[in-house]
Design a protein around this ligand. Structure first.
Ligand SMILES: NC(=O)c1ccc[n+]([C@@H]2O[C@H](COP(=O)([O-])OP(=O)(O)OC[C@H]3O[C@@H](n4cnc5c(N)ncnc54)[C@H](OP(=O)(O)O)[C@@H]3O)[C@@H](O)[C@H]2O)c1
Length: 243
């Protein structure tokens, strides 16, 4: 059986790191990208050669990444892209960046990484996805649908727009054999969380934060044959926080 290949953004820690492990355990080859170099403290098979260092907000870094991904794919193409890399900038002392506090620079940084990056990768690697009848999973957030005590306005808008991008792409690429879905995590224990998040467990029916691999397993499902008729879906992974 051909080994499937995934391009995963933001693999250096958090949900991305857990996603590498889950896909590798399922037999996938995982091509990774983040701004940080491959960390030898957490090695995985072919991790160092399959890792690309680059800033997804930078168009030339994205072009290099796309060229490199193309070079290392076989005739069968690319089976999945997981657009996981994301940033959620904070103000001084970790303050929430609301409408009144978000500079043009913050807006363009956040939209560059969280929205333009995923859109550009889907566009530029579409022929490779089509060849493999592959799929895309965008990592959104509960914040795309509701005001959050810590996440800022630019981040929230980027995730709401990512949901629209997922819907648009599912409608447009479905007829071309490519499925596009989304996961929307709630409060997952990673470095992106603000201090004080643990107090939010009072409003989460499961009364705990989520673990990165609990998101990664849903991502794997959406990329697998088991989800062959799932397209344009957004799956909440939040312990019931949205109810
Ligand atoms: N944790 C949560 O509770 C939660 C909740 C809802 C949604 N999410 C979403 O889940 C995704 C992963 O979040 P996380 O919690 O795992 O965050 P994290 O621990 O901060 O990891 C973010 C990842 O994105 C990479 N990254 C950031 N900016 C990048 C850039 N410009 N170019 C390339 N890579 C970049 C980071 O690597 P480098 O720093 O090395 O570049 C890192 O690997 C994000 O999209 C986030 O919005 C998380």
């Amino acid at each position: 059986m051909t080994q499937k290949t995934l391009l995963l953004t933001g693999a250096s820690r958090g949900i991305g790191h857990a996603t590498v492990k889950v896909f590798q355990a399922a037999g996938w080859r995982v091509l990774t990208v983040s701004r940080t170099a491959f960390d030898a403290r957490c090695p995985w098979h072919a991790g160092s050669t399959d890792h690309f260092v680059g800033d997804l907000a930078d168009a030339s870094a994205r072009a290099d990444l796309v060229a490199r991904v193309r070079d290392c794919l076989g005739a069968e193409g690319l089976h999945a892209i997981v657009n996981n890399a994301g940033i959620s900038p904070k103000g001084e002392g970790g303050a929430r960046l609301g409408v009144a506090d978000s500079s043009d620079e913050v807006w363009s940084q956040v939209l560059g990484v969280n929205l333009l990056g995923p859109a550009a990768l889907m566009r530029d690697l579409l022929p490779e996805l089509e060849r493999a009848k592959g799929s895309v999973v965008n990592v959104g957030s509960i914040v795309g649908k509701r005001v959050h005590p810590f996440a800022g306005v630019a981040y929230a808008c980027s995730k709401a727009a990512l949901e629209a991008l997922t819907r648009e792409a599912a409608g447009e690429l479905g007829p071309r054999g490519v499925r596009v879905n989304m996961v929307t995590p709630g409060e997952i224990e990673t470095e992106i969380l603000s201090p004080g998040t643990e107090k939010m467990t009072d409003v989460i029916p499961l009364r705990r934060l989520g673990k990165p691999d609990e998101v990664a397993r849903v991502v794997l499902f959406l990329c697998s044959e088991q989800a062959s008729y799932v397209n344009g879906a957004s799956v909440d992974v939040n312990g019931g926080q949205h109810v």
